[in-house]
Design a protein around this ligand. Structure first.
Ligand SMILES: Cc1cc2nc3c(=O)[nH]c(=O)nc-3n(C[C@H](O)[C@H](O)[C@H](O)COP(=O)(O)OP(=O)(O)OC[C@H]3O[C@@H](n4cnc5c(N)ncnc54)[C@H](O)[C@@H]3O)c2cc1C
Length: 346
């Protein structure tokens, strides 16, 4: 039986492990922390449902991942422009599923860990090996493209999803408020002036509290960073690089969970079917990544005046479909892509 070594027991590493173990491979995962999900503390993240026409939960199933973790569909949300003018959005299809990240029961990370162990994957915690000794590198972000600063809290307020576009509190990013099941999160995603991110989260909390009514107790701050980059090759010295270790993340909004699962799955398929990983990842994600890079380039040109104009003009009748279209590598996107690539490299 062929032995496969994976470095990192996050979403990408565990997805690869589950798929390989299902095909009879002996899989060993090395995780530097004492458990899965230690990078997070039960905070909410959104599993986006717009980059493909298939529902993300069906997509996970097709990649042998059971969606038996805590997940709450969100069909309604509100956007605010820099003047706090509100635009409500309602969708038939879930816009995203709220999930929890961390080491407690129900978190995406923990339920994936259980699935991996039930499939026969051996995970060794508090252990690392050299990258050159692993077949799959799934170690998460190394470089900082943007930071997230946030606060989780207890609240009696009802289910809420709010996004604010305002460079004064989240330069070139966005800030959000999510409330569900007695817990809330406010966070800022900051892509410029990231050294001042602490002051932005404080400002964001003031703005959210000043404009939206909700209670807050037992506040806990959290922070993290993300890495997105476009690679020509996702293999290095025979190793397959997956998830954020490969810079695989959405350039526009920083949603990386779906990319982590897809790339973990594709790495496993490339080993099982003896195919080039680089080729199959380019086939599945290449155009989507290029479109998302162009989206970021255009978004950065907007600024507060642009956010106001866009939010005023956009019709939010079918938000999932509108977002889905932004990830088509259309003729216009192909023309803008070279300029976006040069600009983002700088
Ligand atoms: C605060 C925050 C909010 C986010 N919100 C969203 C969101 O709403 N929606 C979304 O889709 N994405 C979101 N993301 C991004 C998403 O969390 C990541 O893209 C995703 O977790 C990447 O999965 P991964 O498997 O590549 O890495 P990870 O999930 O980070 O897993 C990497 C694992 O490798 C381990 N490791 C690292 N180095 C080594 C080593 N040398 N040896 C052994 N083990 C090692 C780590 O301990 C970790 O367990 C957010 C990220 C942050 C930081």
């Amino acid at each position: 039986m062929e032995k496969i070594k994976i470095l990192g027991a996050g979403l990408s590493g565990l997805t690869a492990a589950i798929n390989l173990a299902k095909e009879g491979y002996k899989v060993k995962v090395f995780e530097k922390n004492s458990d899965c999900g230690k990078r997070f503390d039960g905070d909410f993240q959104g599993l986006e449902n717009w980059t493909s026409e298939t529902d993300v939960l069906d997509d996970l199933k097709s990649m042998n991942i059971d969606a038996n973790f805590y997940r709450e569909p969100f069909r309604k949300m509100s956007f605010y422009d820099p003047d706090m003018k509100k635009k409500d959005v309602v969708s038939n299809k879930p816009i995203f599923y709220l999930v929890r990240r961390g080491s407690s029961r129900g978190c995406f990370d923990m339920e994936l860990k259980k699935q991996a162990e039930n499939t026969g994957v051996d995970i060794e915690f508090k252990k690392t090996v050299n990258e050159s000794d692993a077949d799959i590198i799934a170690t998460g972000p190394k470089h900082v493209s943007g930071v997230v600063k946030g606060i989780t809290f207890k609240t009696k307020s009802e289910k809420t999803a709010v996004v604010v576009l305002n460079d004064d509190i989240s330069p070139k990013g966005y800030s959000y408020l999510l409330i569900e099941g007695g817990t809330g999160t406010i966070a800022v995603v900051v892509l410029k002036d990231i050294e001042n991110a602490d002051s932005y989260i404080k400002k964001a909390i003031r703005i959210f509290r000043g404009n939206i009514e909700f209670g807050m107790n037992n506040e806990k701050y959290f922070s993290g960073y993300g890495n997105f980059s476009l690679q020509d090759n996702y293999e290095r010295d025979g190793n397959l690089i997956v998830g954020e270790a490969a810079g695989l993340q959405d350039f526009l909004l920083g949603f990386g969970m779906r990319y982590a699962v897809i790339s973990g799955y594709l790495a496993a398929r490339s080993i099982i079917e003896n195919k080039s990983y680089n080729k199959i990842i380019q086939e599945r994600l290449g155009h989507q990544l290029k479109a998302s890079l162009v989206n970021r380039f255009l978004f950065e040109k907007l600024g507060n005046r642009g956010y106001k104009k866009v939010l005023k003009r956009i019709k939010f009748r079918d938000p999932v479909n509108i977002l889905n279209k932004q990830y088509n590598y259309s003729f216009t996107k192909k023309i803008i892509y070279p300029l976006s690539k040069t600009s983002m490299r700088k």
